[in-house]
Design a protein around this ligand. Structure first.
Ligand SMILES: Cc1ncc(COP(=O)(O)O)c(C/N=C2\CONC2=O)c1O
Length: 405
């Protein structure tokens, strides 16, 4: 019913995806000159999608546009809460109170604020690695120390080293755990048992927990999201972050749902946060949660097939690489370490030799060397060309190495 095969021109839209890669991936290093024009790159890096947001969202925005006045706005109406809380009850079997919902123009801005509100100056922020780098930046931005616990890679299935996590959590200066649930970049969907263990450690050491659940709607078919706060309904130090931005490709509209049951922390947030919202973003998010489910279910089918294609192609053409189908997200996490030395920059190699923009190597704080992360949220034709280029570049490199020994 929906055309995910459509290739949409994103040029001249101020998209990070098309215009921000030199700065974000290559630190605006002007000495790097690629043998590709910008529009010739296959873009598999930043986590937004090449798919149009659903028509119901666009219709919701149009309806609000017709009101023609866009003055100061905040989520005052009951409607938004009713629609979003219904979404959470239906899809995750999780209920939260209206009073606990605050809005942020992003999950990352919320992390930046919450680290400051939660952690005293000498306190530390704990998270699992490899990690989305902004978890570390949220600590750095607030001059709080980061403490990391490396996930264990069991033949491609990443698991938590609970002994190590407990050891780190036991540091009485560690005040906050930022949990990525589901996990970017490995794609793990934490099981109830894993969440239970994380929670027991957090309670034992009196940690605050921010559960970043931004990827929670983009699970492979058959997988089930369990909100961390659902497992610990009576623990008053959990903040849950969700958003329509990944699910419905709305990151540029900058609207996120932050659920803070802790009265004192919520009061701090409301007194210090710039508490206004974009009226078009509210309309978009509300329409998405109210009417976007049929589109989402078709998107999930399309992404599942893109993962199948990717695993099959890489297993066939890069036999020394290792890929498991991510349980969530649209991000594939691929071990290509057999083909590269530790010193090589994977993003630079693939941009220069394959004309593919991707993230990898040291871009995920630590415990990620030798891995690339591929954004598969694109039309199949684009995906197949990207995979062809990636595998050809590695094979050519491999042949050259073999030729000269
Ligand atoms: C775990 C996680 N939290 C938060 C965000 C961003 O939230 P926002 O501030 O946009 O509401 C992302 C986006 N992840 C991205 C964005 O580009 N590459 C990534 O891995 C994410 O993966």
């Amino acid at each position: 019913m929906y055309n995910f095969d459509e290739i949409i021109d994103r040029r001249n839209t101020n998209a990070m995806n098309t215009d921000g890669f030199r700065e974000y991936i290559f630190k605006a290093d002007d000495s790097i000159v690629f043998p590709y024009k910008d529009e010739e790159f296959i873009r598999m890096w930043v986590a937004d999608m090449e798919f149009a947001t659903p028509d119901v969202v666009i219709d919701g925005i149009k309806e609000r546009l017709e009101k023609r006045i866009f003055g100061y706005t905040r989520v005052f109406s009951e409607d938004y809460y009713q629609v979003f809380s219904k979404w959470c009850e239906k899809r995750y079997g999780w209920h939260f109170e209206k009073k606990d919902l605050v809005m942020s123009n992003g999950v990352i801005p919320a992390l930046y604020e919450l680290v400051e509100y939660i952690c005293k100056e000498d306190e530390k922020v704990l998270f699992l690695t490899p990690s989305y780098a902004y978890f570390k930046y949220a600590a750095d931005h607030n001059n709080r120390e980061s403490v990391v616990s490396d996930l264990i890679n069991n033949a491609g299935r990443y698991e938590i080293d609970f002994d190590d996590l407990e050891k780190k959590a036991a540091d009485n200066k560690v005040a906050l755990l930022i949990l990525c649930n589901p996990h970017n970049p490995t794609g793990r969907v934490w099981t109830e048992e894993e969440l239970q263990k994380i929670g027991e450690i957090s309670l034992r050491h009196n940690l605050w927990v921010i559960s970043d659940e931004i990827h929670c709607d983009l699970l492979r078919k058959g997988k089930q999201q369990i909100p961390f706060a659902k497992v610990f309904p009576n623990y008053n130090k959990i903040i849950t972050c969700m958003a329509p931005s990944k699910t419905f490709n709305l990151a540029g509209l900058m609207i996120s749902n932050i659920i803070i049951p802790n009265e004192e922390l919520r009061k701090t947030w409301l007194s210090r946060h710039y508490n206004f919202d974009n009226p078009l973003s509210i309309a978009a998010a509300q329409a998405a949660y109210e009417k976007g489910e049929p589109w989402l279910e078709e998107l999930r089918e399309y992404l599942d097939e893109n993962f199948r294609i990717t695993k099959e192609y890489i297993n066939t053409h890069l036999p020394e690489a290792h890929i498991e189908i991510s349980e969530s997200t649209y991000l594939a996490w691929v071990d290509v370490s057999e083909y590269f030395s530790d010193e090589e920059s994977l993003p630079l190699f693939f941009a220069y030799k394959a004309g593919v923009l991707l993230e990898g190597g040291s871009m995920f704080v630590q415990n990620s060397d030798g891995f690339v992360r591929l954004n598969l949220a694109c039309p199949k034709s684009v995906l197949k060309e990207g995979l062809r280029r990636i595998c050809e570049a590695v094979s050519n490199k491999n042949e050259k190495q073999n030729k000269y020994g």
